[in-house]
Design a protein around this ligand. Sequence first.
Ligand SMILES: *Cc1c(COP(=O)(O)O)cnc(C)c1O
Length: 394
Amino acid sequence: MTDPKTTGLIHHAYLPPAGFGAVQPGVHKASTVIFPNTAALHARNWKEKTGYTYGLHGTPTSFTLEERIATLEGGLQTLLVPSGLAAITLVDMALLKSGDEVLIPDNAYGPGKELARNELAGWGVTHRFYDPMDAAALAVMIGTKTKLIWLEAPGSVTMEFPDLCGLLRAARAKGVITALDNTWGAGIAFDPFALPEDLDVDISVQALTKYPSGGADVLMGAVTTRSEALHLKLKFCHMRMGWGVGANDVELVLRSLPTLALRYAAHDRAARALAEWFQGRHAIAAVLHPALAGSPGHAHWKSMCSSAAGLFSVVFGAQYADEQVDAFVDALRIFKLGYSWAGPVSLAVPYHVQGMRSLPTPHAGVLVRFSIGLEDVGDLIADCEQALAASGFA
Ligand SMILES: *Cc1c(COP(=O)(O)O)cnc(C)c1O
């Protein structure tokens, strides 16, 4: 007779009836996975999704999210990592070795550029930043050492929409692997593996932190492919790095995915309305939103996108002092001051673009990047209007 208060509570005989059906899948947590016998343990292959080996290699919960993100992206395999930045890191670490070069758009997500400048440089991997709006220049830059080309559409903060097809053609011509940071598109605005002219990226990464979560309360990233060989290369590196994700976080993303397309459309609608409103303000030198005519790369956006994220930037006239733009941001009441985007709360962050770019940028004034949440758009416009007046712009 085993002890009922210790062993009895751990190895309890009760099993709930099978066949429970619910809208959301159950949450399976594990480090240890229990094998029925030694034959099963010896036969199990951690790389295959036909069984379970160890929590780090997947549970029913993480497999379910991987499959759904692969579907969202139009890919065949997905790996989950603890953040969007970790997704970028995984691609770099899996594909680059000493002596290789990586090409990165100058307007790419900043921390990914910092990774190249610091860790990658320290490991003997060189990098150059290219002008994402000049596909011909990229074609010339690709050399024998170039082993990976990053893409981002549109660029972070300055929102230029590149000629993605032109950039992909340049990479294809030299046989270089391409990886797209698809956080903005989220698998909704365009299909990274089914682009015009029969083009596709090799790898699509997303910060699930943004639209797939939508709650501003989860950090997670995904790396999606359509090539089994490329996937396995990434998967081995992923395994050796030990980048697991928590089942509760996976559950939050699974719970948000059914509303992704609805939320994306709502963010898009509100952001366009607000961006158009800003176009009429005299203090604003430029509104950077790829769906607005006149915004950098608008024609490229139009040629391949069905929608846009709820994200845009405004550039204040160069005659205005930084302090006055800061005062505008501080005067906002509904908009909060904070990084990241795609959550329910609208956010505003001031940036000095000049210090963020290696190549020349036309934006002389201070830029404010807005992430439009799910509040009423009339309330958001009123908030911007009162903040402009309160900071002396009206
Ligand atoms: C936020 C973001 C990331 C990083 O995601 P985290 O989960 O915050 O690490 C990467 N790329 C883009 C374009 C992003 O906006």
